[in-house]
Design a protein around this ligand. Structure first.
Ligand code: MG
Length: 388
């Protein structure tokens, strides 16, 4: 290959997606060059990874107390809450991989797009909370988003060489998460450890929790709406136990295209960085379809998973609803993991925040930050009331 390697700036390097992104980069030294990394607080990890990627332009860490450990490992080192934005401004790269977890990932997405650099996006909160702002940025700058979420990667793959106008619907598959075999009644005394045991995927704590509540699938519906410009009426979800079909697109002629694969994020990451190429990829256990296998599908149960209904409502309402939904969920999940509220309280806390934070349209980034903070405060208020 004669092309120059694609220069990658990676945010959220020490998380699950970040680490797998480094694997993909290291599998293809002729295609990719890591030019910068940021992480929250795992300096050890950055030091080790920087050793494998000499000549980095930038390193960033949110935890300022660890900045010293990174000095000398890159041309510039940034620390503190603005480290990611500073790294984006200082770094000369081709594509940003945003693998940050949570609302804090929105700002870097916007920063990169306004710098004129496309984003491979694993941070779904960028779209859930800031979808309207991100769309505006894409339009104004002519940049692109490449989905890393497995469902959206599947849809993205199924959309290649077909026409947007011919889409009948997007069908997003949902495993149902760690608690899928429990009734609502049986959800009452669920512990964090039970909720954190996902049957198919090994992921970070937040997303595993969000899978158990189905908030994650709700977020993915909103994400799909913004990524693919498809109205909510044409986005459906279906329960699919095995997580083998990662999602589907149905066209007007009723052809349904699906993407199948193992539960492994390496492919979505690699495809986001190589599309339309499909170079070889080492996977631990690639899917083998030439064996006895049954795939199950079940109609989505909105009574069992009410947060999915909430997601459609927030998505259709637009404005600051996504930011409030997400902020409330981040706070409620944290309180559940600290055993301050029960599993079913996560849903109640989110509904409480949506009711108590004022609805606004056409929010600026600063207004979304305020909505996010107000949602978290509302959830803490909900939790405090429960204690009395
Ligand atoms: Mg997903």
């Amino acid at each position: 290959m004669n092309e120059k390697p694609k220069r990658i700036l990676l945010l959220g390097a020490s998380g699950s997606i970040g680490r797998q992104t480094l694997d993909v980069i290291e599998q293809h030294p002729e295609r990719f060059e890591l030019v910068g990394m940021c992480a929250g607080h795992q300096a050890d990890f950055l030091v080790e990874a920087a050793g494998k990627h000499p000549g980095l332009q930038v390193l960033g860490i949110a935890d300022e107390s660890q900045k010293d450990r990174l000095e000398g490992l890159a041309d510039a080192v940034f620390a503190g809450s603005e480290a990611m934005s500073e790294a984006i401004a200082a770094c000369d790269y081709d594509i940003l991989v945003n693998a940050v977890v949570g609302f804090r990932g929105l700002k870097p997405t916007l920063d990169s797009l306004y710098k004129g650099k496309s984003v491979a996006l694993a941070n779904k909160e960028s779209l859930v909370a800031g979808g309207e702002l991100v769309k505006k940025a894409l339009k104004e700058t002519g940049t692109h988003l490449y989905p890393i979420d497995s469902e959206h990667s599947a849809i993205f793959q199924c959309l290649q060489n077909n026409r947007h106008k011919d889409i009948r619907r997007l069908i997003i598959t949902a495993s149902g998460g760690s608690l899928r075999n429990r009734t609502r009644e049986e959800l009452k005394d669920v512990t964090p450890a039970q909720a954190l045991a996902h049957p198919n995927w090994s992921m970070g704590a937040r997303i595993t929790m969000d899978s158990a509540t189905m908030v994650n699938k709700g977020f993915e519906v909103m994400e799909a709406h913004y990524l693919f410009d498809v109205p909510y009426d044409q986005i459906e979800t279906v329960l699919h136990d095995e997580s083998i079909i990662h999602s589907m697109v149905e066209y007007q002629d009723h052809a349904i295209l699906a993407q199948l694969g193992s539960a492994d994020m390496h492919l979505p990451i690699q495809y986001a960085l190589t599309v339309p190429d499909r170079p070889p990829l080492e996977e631990k256990s690639p899917l083998d379809m030439c064996m006895d296998r049954t795939l199950h599908f079940k109609k989505m149960d909105f009574e069992r998973f009410p947060m999915l209904k909430t997601a459609y409502e927030c998505g259709r309402a637009g404005g600051n609803r996504g930011a409030v939904f997400n902020g409330a969920d981040e706070q409620a999940v944290a309180l559940f993991l600290e055993e301050k509220i029960s599993f079913l309280d996560i849903e109640q806390a989110i509904l409480y925040a949506l009711e108590h934070v004022e609805q606004k349209q056409d929010s600026t980034y600063e207004e979304l930050v305020a909505a996010d903070a107000a949602a978290r405060a509302a959830v803490r208020e909900f939790a405090a009331k429960k204690e009395h």
